[in-house]
Design a protein around this ligand. Structure first.
Ligand code: HMG
Ligand code: MG
Length: 283
């Protein structure tokens, strides 16, 4: 039987959060609805963050209210604190994500606190999510490079990933925020992380600034990871990682996985059409 690799679609959130052009909620809703027809099991729709810092995500509740929900898909949202969690729950997010960093500089720039403080902030989110029966995903940003602190030690990544797992995250997504990792950087990072977190609890999240994202995915596949985040049309970037490009493009990743003999469960024709739609949104 063909082995399954899951792509988690993060385009509506990671892809669109950095767009300076205002994209109406209706267009975001249409993007999510088109993605819902492509065969994904998880779609990250939006984030409940300070709208002054990420204006593009200010319509989070409106977007979640407008999408046509497919019962086979979990629609997720980023929630950095309890306030974000409560808003996401009220908007009927079906999964939430907390997001920490392996580097202090990015933690401060992104969420305004140290790594240790962020872990404290996540605890009430974990507790509330458990009470509401919602799964929580954990992100670690800057797993190889940080835009502020430079190269990141693999042990620092392993520490944060292990901490997120311990506090109850069902999966840890390893964020290569800058998109500058070489395959050997990813390999060294995984050497440390896999000693603390098993591969079946990990996902790869690669931005593609240097065009090496697919090579980094290949390293992760060799090390047993079977879940990867991607963004339709390669949209995106992070407002707090200047110069970073979007996530690896979903349609390119799906093709690479297919060529390697993995089953993604995705409809390639619909993916290509939706990638076209996604690119038009920013035109
Ligand atoms: P803060 O500034 O540390 O905390 O915010 P605060 O409690 O002092 O709040 C400041 C203001 O934010 C206040 O408003 C709060 O009410 C408001 P003001 O009084 O100035 O009008 N506020 C909120 N508003 C809406 N929803 C909330 C919320 N919480 C506070 N939940 C906070 C902390 C994290 C909220 C803030 O720093 C923030 O929003 N940062 C943006 C983080 C973000 O969205 N980053 C991009 C996503 S992460 C990413 O892209 C990386 C990833 O893709 C993986 C990878 O590639 O590495 C996941
Ligand atoms: Mg990202």
């Amino acid at each position: 039987m063909t082995e399954r690799v899951e792509i988690v679609e993060v385009g509506p959130r990671d892809g669109l959060q950095n767009e300076s052009k205002v994209i109406p909620a209706a267009a975001k809703i249409e993007l999510v609805d088109r993605l819902s027809a492509c065969g994904f099991r998880r779609i990250e729709v939006t984030s409940f963050v300070n709208p002054k810092r990420v204006p593009q995500m200010a319509d989070a509740a409106e977007v979640l209210a407008g999408i046509a929900r497919n019962p086979n898909i979990r629609y997720a949202a980023l929630t950095p604190n309890l306030r974000g969690f409560e808003a996401a729950r009220d908007a009927r997010a079906e999964e939430v994500a907390v997001f920490g960093s392996a580097s202090e500089g990015f933690s401060q720039a992104n969420i305004g606190c140290s790594i240790a403080e962020s872990m404290e902030r996540f605890l009430p989110v974990m507790e509330a999510a458990q009470g509401a029966g919602l799964p929580v995903r954990g992100y670690v940003s800057c797993v190889t490079h940080c835009p502020y602190d430079g190269k990141v030690e693999p042990e620092a990544v392993a520490d944060v990933a292990a901490r997120l797992l311990e506090m109850g995250c069902y999966e840890i997504s390893l964020g290569e925020t800058l998109g500058r990792a070489l395959p050997e950087d990813t390999d060294a990072m995984l050497d440390a992380v896999l000693q603390r977190v098993p591969s079946e609890k990990l996902a790869g999240h690669f931005h593609d600034t240097s065009g090496r994202a697919l090579d980094n995915v290949a390293v992760c596949l060799d090390r047993g990871l079977r879940v990867f985040d991607a963004s339709i049309g390669g949209l995106g970037g992070c407002p707090f990682a200047p110069g970073a490009a979007g996530n690896v493009a979903t349609e390119g990743l799906a093709l690479m996985l297919q060529e390697r003999g993995f089953d993604t469960g995705l409809d390639m024709k619909r993916l290509a059409e939706t990638a076209g739609f996604a690119k038009e949104l920013r035109a």
